[in-house]
Design a protein around this ligand. Structure first.
Ligand code: KG4
Ligand code: ZN
Length: 344
């Protein structure tokens, strides 16, 4: 059975994992950098790159050790080659290249977004192509028709902020801490989602695109008004995001009649309210619903190893001089969307 070593270093998690072609996670190791970035209230690229350099080699050794394997037992080495913070991406990719060269193994350059997009198939053996994917992370908010490994049709994207970015900024505005998503979810649990009237940007519009910038400004105004408890603002914000995601995804379902399932992935997919609402939406449309376990939603190396396993099975490997890419859209043919030019 194929065994793939996966490496992830595109943002603020350094991670290494070993995954088999029959969906066994032989080991996965992760070193977060929250403490290093917390004083700045967000990820600092220079600090991230340096932390990846320090953490990665011991993590790879620990992952191999935990699986009881040697580099010689591995069939290929997969690493995130973008999109992401380029310093960190280069650390992971260069390490993977060195290991591939030393052990004479094929290299697989994985698009981080493809890691998220295929992660539900690692957890769910019944999930078949094509499926409709809501990919919600710190840098992206897209609806994609996942047709096959390496074949993605983008149906919608955000015209300004990503969903995770909106959670992170809201957490910062409300003084809830970093990382923002889990902090907002915790605060929201103690608040009233109907307490604060907030906008639902683009809800009802014909194209299934997203927008969250106006929501963030409304959160700022609600905070400055000084009337509402932070928990109520957090709960109302989370409800607004849920309403936007559901309305936009419903619109995309109508445009993806061949989809066999509704799937969510990416860090924001760890949010309980979002998962519950999407599950109900899927049930409304008689679609199976699939979402990876929470740890597989946020950045990790098992999803990179799994994307590597899927690519390896399809005969897709890369030359050792493959370049790291700060931007790397999953669907290169997707139409440019006004206002969305800054996101990959
Ligand atoms: O996929 P990910 O780990 O990294 C990127 O590729 O961006 O996603 C990170 C994002 C962050 O914005 C974080 O605040 C958000 O996912 N996130 C959440 C939750 N857990 C993580 N957002 C809402 N609720 C959560 N429970
Ligand atoms: Zn990610």
């Amino acid at each position: 059975m194929t065994i793939i070593l996966g490496i992830e270093s595109s943002c603020d998690e350094t991670a290494a994992a070993l995954v088999s072609g029959d969906r066994r996670i032989l080991s996965h190791r992760l070193a977060g950098q929250e403490a290093a970035h917390r004083p700045f209230g967000g990820v600092v690229p220079e600090i991230a790159a340096r932390a990846h350099v320090e953490a990665l080699e011991p993590l790879v050794a620990a992952a191999l050790d935990e699986a009881g394997l040697d580099l010689a037992d591995v069939d290929a080495i997969a690493a995130t080659a973008g999109p992401g913070l380029i310093g960190g991406v280069m650390v992971g990719l260069v390490t993977a290249k060195a290991l591939a060269m030393a052990a004479d193994k094929p290299l697989i350059a994985v698009n981080h977004l493809e890691g998220h997009a295929l992660s539900p198939r690692l957890a769910d053996p019944d999930l078949q192509f094509p499926y409709l994917l809501l990919l919600v992370s710190g840098g992206h908010c897209q609806l994609l028709l996942v047709e096959d490994v390496g074949r993605y049709r983008r149906l919608a994207t955000t015209i300004d902020d990503a969903a995770g970015e909106a959670f992170d900024k809201t957490a910062k505005l409300l003084g809830l801490g970093f990382p923002g998503g889990p902090a907002v979810e915790r605060a929201a649990a103690g608040g009233d989602p109907r307490a604060v009237p907030l906008p639902r940007p683009l809800v009802g519009s014909a194209e299934p695109h997203f927008s969250f910038a106006g929501l963030k400004s409304a959160v700022l105004r609600a905070r400055d008004a000084g009337i509402h408890a932070p928990q109520d603002i957090a709960a109302s914000f989370q409800q607004a995001v849920v309403d936007c995601l559901i309305d936009r995804t419903r619109r995309a379902i109508a445009r993806a009649p061949g989809a066999t399932a509704l799937v969510v992935a990416g860090g924001v997919a760890a949010n309980g309210a979002i998962r519950t609402a999407l599950q109900a939406l899927a049930a409304d449309h008689d679609l199976p619903f699939s979402a990876p376990p929470l740890w597989l939603c946020t950045d990790n190396a098992a999803m990179i190893a799994w994307a590597g396993a899927e690519r390896f099975a399809a005969g897709l490997t890369d030359p050792l001089d493959v370049a790291a890419r700060p931007r790397w859209p999953l669907d290169p043919d997707a139409e440019k969307v006004r206002g969305a030019g800054v996101k990959a």
